[in-house]
Design a protein around this ligand. Structure first.
Ligand code: GUN
Length: 293
């Protein structure tokens, strides 16, 4: 059994980006800048935003944080996005999701300049991804590809089953894996909450990717002997014995399936760390696009 450790991959990617930021700073006198907008006080989102800021600082990127009250009027958020679109110091804009219920995330995401959409969530960039044009790849699915690449897991011709059809993971990951090209060329099946015979389909997967947001959802009957299992889930569950009162678990019942798998990602420490690394990578790419570097 191979443990697919995401932390080592993240460190390697960030070290490369740090080097490149340093030489670009020398060459152009400016550093790439990432703006993060956080609306409200969702604890998980606050934690993610803090990690993104720290990552920026550690590699020599500028970080612009905009923390807005949960009760903010739509016009204020619109103004914030439009101002960041105009700001030349900002190469990437990330609107942390989910937004409070009174704000329409689709509408807000469409206001972000596609050239600064380092999350790859703007419909223009989603469309570009689907037809195979250069674009910003959404960070979590991109991280899954990088993790597989690092561990020499070639999806070519393999049956990849993705459980989950979200716009953030399932759909873009399916689009990436079905493309022609390196680290792609897979036969992709997407299952979701309405799928019939989900266990039967999942258990045919050479590579099983869980991104459904339900703790311990993937059980041994859903896993083929010798499958590669990638767990994208990050779920908080109560853990009264711990300092924080909760612990993070994936969408996969890790202990129960361990004896069946060829390779598996841990949670935490699997796909999660790659998400931030790919956000930095996309921000660097955006900077290079602007500088024509
Ligand atoms: N919320 C959960 N994952 C993500 C992500 O990748 N980007 C943004 N903007 N919000 C998220």
């Amino acid at each position: 059994m191979r443990l697919l450790d995401g932390v080592v991959v993240k460190k390697e990617i960030l070290a490369d980006i740090k080097q490149e930021c340093k030489s670009l700073l020398k060459q152009y006198g400016v550093a790439p800048g990432l703006a993060v907008i956080l609306v409200g006080d969702n604890p998980a989102s606050q934690a993610y935003v803090g990690m993104k800021q720290k990552a920026c600082e550690s590699i020599g990127m500028l970080s612009f944080e905009h923390r807005l009250a949960a009760s903010i009027a739509e016009e204020e958020l619109v103004a914030c996005i439009k101002q960041l679109n105009q700001d030349d110091r900002v190469h990437g804009i990330l609107l942390q999701l989910p937004l409070p219920d009174h704000l329409n995330s689709d509408k807000m995401l469409q206001l972000i300049d596609p050239k600064k959409d380092v999350d790859g969530f703007h419909p223009e960039n989603v469309g570009r991804l689907l037809v195979g044009l250069p674009t910003f790849k959404s960070c979590t699915p991109y991280g899954v590809l990088k993790l597989m690449e690092y561990y020499h897991i070639d999806p070519t011709g393999k049956h990849v089953v993705i459980i989950g059809r979200s716009n953030i993971v399932g759909k873009p990951l399916a689009a990436m894996l079905m493309q022609k090209g390196d680290n792609a060329n897979a036969t992709v099946t997407v299952c979701h909450s309405r799928s019939q015979n989900l266990a039967g389909i999942a258990s045919q997967a050479d590579i099983l990717i869980a991104a459904i947001g339900k703790p311990y959802f993937v059980t041994p009957n859903m896993v083929k002997e010798g499958a590669i299992v990638i767990d994208v889930g990050i779920n908080r569950i109560d853990d009264p014995g711990s300092d924080k009162g909760y612990k993070l678990v994936g969408d996969v019942d890790y202990d129960a399936i361990l004896s069946k798998v060829n390779a598996i990602t841990p949670v935490p420490g699997g796909v999660g760390p790659l998400t931030i690394a790919m956000l930095m990578s996309n921000t660097l790419q955006s900077f290079k696009n602007v500088m024509k570097a």
